[in-house]
Structures are given as C-alpha cells and as structure tokens.
Design a protein around this ligand. Structure first.
Ligand SMILES: [Ca+2]
Ligand SMILES: [Ca+2]
Length: 317
C-alpha cells in the first residue's frame, strides 16, 4: 500500500517536472496578444554543443534519455530500459550522465557511462529518488527523495556513498540545482503554501527565499555566470520563464505567455537558453538567444521533451 501512495506522490512531483505544467485551471492575466506559433518561428542556426533530455517520442513508449548534437542535429537514444528514464544530468566534463529510473519498481539514481553505455545503479531504496544534478566539481549528486514522508533534498558523495539530508521540514522540497561555483543550491519549497524558489548552501545550513509570491514556481536553474536564477512561474494561463537578478533582485520575464514552457537549460557560455514549448500536438525545443533577444525553434519533431541540460563543454572548449 505504501508503494501505491508513493507512486501517486511521485506522479505529482514528477509531473511538475515533466508535463503537469500542462495542468489546466488558473485565473489571472490573459495570454499575450501576439502568440508565437511554433510553425512561424525561425529555425535555430547556432551549431555548437549538445543537449541531453528525457523524451517520450511516441505515446506507447516510456521516457528515455536522449542527446541532441546541435551541429549535426543528430538525436541519440542513450537509454532503452522499458522503464521511465528521466532527469538526466551531465558530469562536469560530460563523459557521464546521472539520471533517475523506475526500472526496479521505484525511482532510483543511475550513473550512465557514455563511453560504454553501461548504467550502474547508485541508490537502492524503496523510496523515490529523482531530479539528480551532479555538482560542478563532480563530487556530489544533489537529488530529491520521499524517504522521509515528503520530498526532501539530499546529497550523495559519488565516491564514498555518504548521504547528507539538506532539508527536514514537512513541506515538499524539490528540483535542486547547483550554482556554477558549487557553493549554493537553488531549490523549490512549498513551505509558504505555494512553491517558491529558495537558495541554500551545500550543507543546508544557510537558507534564503528568492521568490515571494502566491504563484507556483518550478525548475530553477542558475545562469552560468551565477548572477541570476531562471525558473518557471505560472501567473496566467501558462507557465512562463522568468529570471531573477540576484544582486538587483529584479525579475525579468523571458517568454511571451502564448504557450506553456518548461525545462529551461542555459548554454555553458550563457549565450542561449534552451527550453520546451508545448504545442497542440506535442512539444518542441526552443532556444532563446540573449544577444538578439529572439526565440528560435530547435527541433523539428513533436514529442514530449523534459528536463533539458546543456553539455558542460562546448566543442573546442
Ligand atoms: Ca520536506
Ligand atoms: Ca510562489
């Protein structure tokens, strides 16, 4: 029975990360007046780097981990377990990926060697471990677990297996993301009733609330120079992308409100922000180019895409 309850709970949380952002129903401001149609968007011509994400390419198959080479536009399927393989995160030089999979019944963390293609199981517990991200120096993986009854953030030392619980409250703490210098972790908590973005240090001692509003935030990620945190917030019909300048505490909206967007991921040089935009028949991956302040269409296949992450090294780096 506990298994069933756990499954329902993980569904709620994973859905937040994946597709539940599609969940309907929200009062508020109307959508922007001139919607950007995916069909009308110009294709992205930038040809550097690699994206990793989980995707469901047809409704009969589970989510698997894929990479997309931005130069060749080659899509490579990296996992094929018959189970849901979600939330991929690169190691600092990109030779490995940590991801979450329910192939043993509940979600656990796995370590995929991209050279051999072999995935080694990292956690082996009854609870659900999801949303892993490897620290910038490669020592720790931060992730969320429901082992304590609600979701909490933990780290695990990838060499020793030592685990540290960073949050202990009754609220849901989820979707942790490292600052570029590895000193801080951004995460979500609903301790105020709705979800907000918070920041803590890597042992959970110092905490600071970053957003303070009644809307739901999700999926915080740091700008590569550490100056801002980019996240989703639902203040009208759809989740939109926002960025908070951490020094000025000024929030900027990056998308136009015409469709639900999710899964933001910065390129390592901070020039581009990739994200998923939902359409009527599926989703596409878009790229926001900072310099031109313009949005481009990256993919040409409609699928369910989720949890993008840019390869940490750009070719020639
Ligand atoms: Ca908690
Ligand atoms: Ca909020």
């Amino acid at each position: 029975m506990r298994f069933e309850i756990s499954k329902i709970r993980i569904k709620l949380i994973v859905l937040l990360a994946l597709t539940s952002i599609l969940a309907a129903g929200c009062a508020g401001e109307p959508a922007a007046e001139v919607p950007v149609s995916l069909q009308e968007m110009q294709p992205f011509e930038g040809g550097i780097g690699m994206l990793v994400f989980s995707a469901q390419v047809d409704s009969g198959s589970p989510f698997d981990v894929y990479s997309l080479d931005l130069e060749s536009r080659e899509l490579t399927q990296l996992t094929e377990s018959g189970s849901a393989d979600i939330s991929p995160s690169y190691s600092p030089v990109g030779e490995r990926i940590v991801f979450s999979s329910d192939r043993e019944g509940t979600y656990d963390l796995y370590d995929l060697d991209l050279g051999s293609g072999e995935a080694a199981q990292i956690t082996e517990v009854e609870s659900d471990e999801t949303e892993p991200r490897i620290s910038p120096e490669g020592l720790l993986v931060v992730y969320q677990t429901d082992a304590y009854g609600d979701f909490d953030i933990m780290t695990r030392n990838l060499a020793t297996g030592e685990e540290t619980r960073l949050t202990e409250g009754d609220a849901q703490e989820t979707q942790a993301a490292w600052s570029p210098d590895g000193k801080l972790i951004a995460y979500l908590s609903n301790e105020d009733g709705d979800f907000d973005v918070y920041v803590m240090d890597r042992v959970g001692a110092m905490r600071e609330q970053i957003t303070e509003n009644t809307s739901y935030e999700a999926a915080p990620v740091w700008a590569p120079d550490g100056s801002a945190i980019t996240y989703l917030s639902k203040r009208g019909d759809h989740y939109q992308l926002y960025s908070m300048d951490l020094e000025l505490r000024e929030e900027t909206i990056l998308t136009d409100g015409s469709a639900t967007v999710h899964s933001p991921a910065w390129s390592p040089d901070g020039a581009y922000l990739a994200y998923v935009q939902e359409g009527a028949t599926g989703a596409q991956i878009n790229v926001f180019a900072v310099e031109s302040d313009a949005h481009f269409l990256l993919t040409d296949v409609f699928a369910k895409y989720a949890r993008l992450e840019w390869h940490p090294k750009i070719a020639g780096d």
